[in-house]
Design a protein around this ligand. Structure first.
Ligand code: MOS
Length: 712
């Protein structure tokens, strides 16, 4: 725990720009990540993944490998201890891939088939690469398309029903003065967190102690207890520092493998995934094929809004990318339909990735609105202003606050939108065609129950204990700031302990809900502690601890549409002779609740916008139809935005404290990516006159469409 060097007001920490409390530890290397903890007798597990997309394991030739230097064990379906995934997990039924080595079936390339354990990591890797596994192969299908004959309607999505429908769609489309009917596609995208997944597990005096990188120690501890039929009190999971999660760091095979091997060998076991392994083991964003139909009156009022989104899942587990849910919040119409369809293929199960649903869904919807504005001869912002709903388009509930137009007004002023000539393909600077684009953003503002404890120590310092997880977002710093204000003390007097399942129940770091959920509990405990201290009497040697639990308060929140909103702006330069697209600048203005820490909040918004740029121009994973494997599953083959791709990006916010949250927080982790790709695609249209409805906007696609435009 380090203190900051900046001068901080005695109260009023919330809203200021505060350096991360663990920042010094991170930049000096003192902060240890899950793969860096040392234990006596530590051994290393290396996962072996299937090379076929479908079939059965015929044999695992362990013999020769067991004779290799340092090798201690080869765990596979023939000898692994039994586990169960027959339980309802923290976030729904567990992925069957967590039932490691329980049967001989292989459902995709990259399915874990064995774990080689050796004295050193190098020995384990050498042996894992030498292990011969034979398969009886069966035909596989990895071809995703909206027209796939197996497409079906799932029972629901992770965030609501599969379909919603009101009004007479065909009648409203027929009665519309202007109609847009377009298909949009986004590719398979991968999380690519800086820190790969890593777990060290060991048995310590009858307790299972797991050092791991994840988004919730409670989640991992709870599921490990279920999988291995352990008393929950005998499982401890810690996750002190996390190098990015983005939805991928839930319960994954690395934790199961480490615990299984530690149990079999009765030695500490570390399992670290390689970058390549992450492409099949930790989830990813499904490709999407989306159709949007919009019908409007001449003044831009929407009569029809129809959004159908296809995504894929594996043959063993269902995950629905909820892309069509974005319209349930953003736009109303007389006829309104949102629908999800799913295709099951021999590919790994997708999972949450930063703004699941909103990221690909907003690309389709916000691109379609831009096309509608073009057809109507309306400014894209004016079109959105004309369609601001009073109530939730599907729920009919009031919004807790909805400051979308305030974001557009502030953004338009700062970006210089009002001088924009709406006609496309008119601005040229040497070989570059220039254009600007905009798009709206929203993300659900949720909260979950949490507990916290705040202790006043006899020496005048304080300790906050909350089972939060700081994915690198600055969450623990935000907790310190919230506690400082509630206690009316300098943040430098507060220490914080997080990410340890022994600290008690708390919300996971996901859905942009972490900081809001934990801050609520921290605020409560800290306020009550301040009141107790105000009574006088001093602090005894053992300190004074106050605990809080927000379960009741969170449960009592009335039903409302609760969301953050934002307006994205981008300027691009396109060279149609090389196909190169450069983003020149981006601006995002957000209404996302009270901003706790201006410094780390800006990081979150800008980080999301960079990913949006990356989504618009770079990211795309391919599978080889013959093998079913990802082609180039590494950072040479999977391209994402690097520093040289990222221009000046500004993010700022309008005042928008949540009226129903004690701190006013809404959550900021995900909204930065929402709408960013659409703003860039709309800017590319404005520059070139060509609509790109398929991401990423690659040079070859720019070239092909430019040639098409020339020959047309
Ligand atoms: Mo986020 S996709 O809920 O980690």
């Amino acid at each position: 725990m380090t203190t900051t060097t900046q001068v901080t007001p005695l109260t009023g920490a919330v809203g200021s720009a505060y350096t991360r409390v663990e920042g010094r530890d991170k930049v000096t290397g003192a902060a240890r990540y899950a793969g860096e903890f040392r234990f006596d007798e530590l051994v290393h597990g290396w996962l072996v993944l299937s090379t076929v997309a479908r079939g059965r394991i015929r044999s695992v030739e362990s013999g020769p490998v067991l004779a290799m230097p340092g090798v201690l064990a080869v765990l596979h379906h023939g000898n692994a201890p039994r586990v169960t995934t027959d339980y309802v997990g923290i976030v729904g039924r567990p992925d069957p891939v967590l039932a490691l080595f329980q049967h001989d079936q292989v459902s995709y390339v990259g399915w874990p088939v064995a774990l080689v354990v050796a004295e050193t990591s190098e020995q384990a890797r050498e042996a894992a690469e030498a292990l011969v596994v034979e398969y009886d192969e069966e035909p596989h299908d990895i071809a995703f398309s909206a027209g796939h004959p197996g497409a079906y309607t799932p029972e629901g999505t992770v965030i609501g029903p599969a379909d919603t429908e009101k009004g007479d769609m065909e009648a409203e489309l027929a009665a519309s003065a202007v109609v847009v009917d377009a298909e949009y596609a986004t590719p398979e995208e991968h999380h690519s967190s800086m820190e790969p997944h890593a777990t060290t597990a060991h048995w310590d005096g009858g307790r299972l102690d797991v050092i791991d990188t994840n988004q919730s120690t409670m989640w991992i501890a709870g599921e490990l207890a279920q999988l291995f039929s352990l008393d929950p009190a005998s499982v401890r999971v810690r996750s002190e520092h996390v190098g990015g999660g983005f939805g991928s760091k839930g319960m994954r095979p690395n934790q199961v493998a480490a615990v299984m091997a530690a149990t079999v060998l009765q030695r500490p076991v570390r399992v670290v995934l390689t970058r390549r392994q992450m492409f099949s083991l930790v989830g990813y964003r499904s490709p999407t094929a989306q159709r949007v139909r919009l019908g409007a009156d001449p003044d831009g009022r929407l009569r029809a809004f129809d959004h159908e989104a296809h995504s894929l899942t594996s043959t063993v587990h269902e995950f629905v990318e909820p892309s069509a849910a974005v319209g349930r919040v953003m736009y109303d119409a007389d006829a309104h339909r949102t629908a999800h369809r799913l295709v099951r293929l021999n590919v790994p199960t997708p999972t949450w990735m930063r703004a699941p649903g909103e990221a690909p869904g907003s690309f389709a919807v916000e691109s379609a609105l831009d096309e509608l504005a073009e057809k109507l001869g309306l400014d894209p912002i004016a079109l959105r202003a004309r369609n601001e709903p009073e109530l939730g388009p599907v729920s009919g509930l009031p919004f807790s606050s909805r400051k979308l137009l305030a974001c557009f007004e502030e953004g338009a002023r700062r970006f210089g939108w009002t001088d924009r000539d709406p006609r496309p393909a008119l601005r040229r600077e040497g070989r570059w065609l220039l254009g600007t684009g905009t798009a709206a953003a929203s993300f659900h503002a949720g909260v979950g129950p949490s507990t916290a404890a705040v202790t006043a120590e006899a020496d005048g310092t304080f300790i906050v204990r909350v089972n939060a997880t700081d994915l690198g977002t600055g969450a623990r710093t935000a907790m310190v700031m919230v506690a400082a204000d509630a206690l009316e003390v300098d943040p430098g007097r507060i220490r914080i302990r997080i990410a340890d399942s022994d600290l008690g129940p708390a919300m996971f770091a996901g859905g942009s809900m972490g900081t809001r959920s934990w801050a609520w509990a921290v605020m409560r405990a800290a306020r009550e502690l301040r009141e107790r201290l105000a009574l006088g009497g001093g602090v005894p040697p053992e300190g004074i601890t106050v605990r809080s639990d927000t379960t009741e308060a969170v449960g009592a929140l009335e039903g409302k549409e609760r969301h953050s909103f934002g307006a994205q702006f981008a300027e691009v330069a396109v060279d149609v002779t090389s196909g190169e697209v450069r983003v020149r600048r981006m601006l995002g203005i957000f209404a996302a609740g009270r901003i706790v820490n201006a410094l780390t909040a800006r990081n979150q918004f800008v980080g999301g916008m960079v990913w949006g740029l990356s989504m618009a121009l770079h990211e795309e994973a391919f599978r080889d139809p013959a093998s079913g494997a990802t082609v180039g599953a590494d950072f040479a083959g999977y391209h994402f935005a690097a520093n040289a791709d990222v221009p000046l990006i500004e993010a700022d916010w309008v005042d928008d404290p949540d009226p129903d949250d004690p701190v006013g927080i809404k959550g900021i982790g995900e909204i930065g990516i929402v709408g960013a790709a659409a703003a860039i695609a709309n800017a590319v249209w404005h520059a070139t006159g060509v609509r790109h409805r398929q991401l990423p906007i690659r040079p070859d696609r720019v070239l092909l469409t430019a040639e098409g435009a020339r020959s047309a």
